[in-house]
Design a protein around this ligand. Structure first.
Ligand SMILES: [Zn+2]
Length: 95
């Protein structure tokens, strides 16, 4: 029987999940495109795993879709380079 959302306590939800053995899915962030991915799996957005390209994501796309995707990748790389902390060499050059 359906139960109103507000009368479903956290404890009741937890008990139901325990019975069904449902676990919360933990997601990691893809280091290349910054999208949420499952751990130990190839990123479906960019096709990379452990720094190497496994799947060619752009091969099945149309010309227009490829352009959009490549633009997206460039933007993600730029953001990644900006967020990256400075290495010791770069720090010594700056000062
Ligand atoms: Zn990715």
């Amino acid at each position: 029987m359906a139960v109103p959302r507000h009368s479903h306590t956290r404890s009741k939800v937890g008990k139901t999940r325990m019975h069904k053995h449902i676990k919360r899915v933990l997601l990691n962030v893809c280091p290349k495109c910054k999208k949420p991915i499952l751990s130990h799996t190839v990123c479906k957005n960019c096709g990379y795993y452990k720094g190497a390209q496994i799947i060619d994501v752009l091969s099945d796309l149309t010309k227009k879709e490829k352009k959009i995707k490549e633009k997206e990748f460039k933007q993600a790389e730029q953001e990644a380079s900006q967020d990256r902390p400075l290495t010791m060499e770069e720090l010594s050059k700056k000062s």
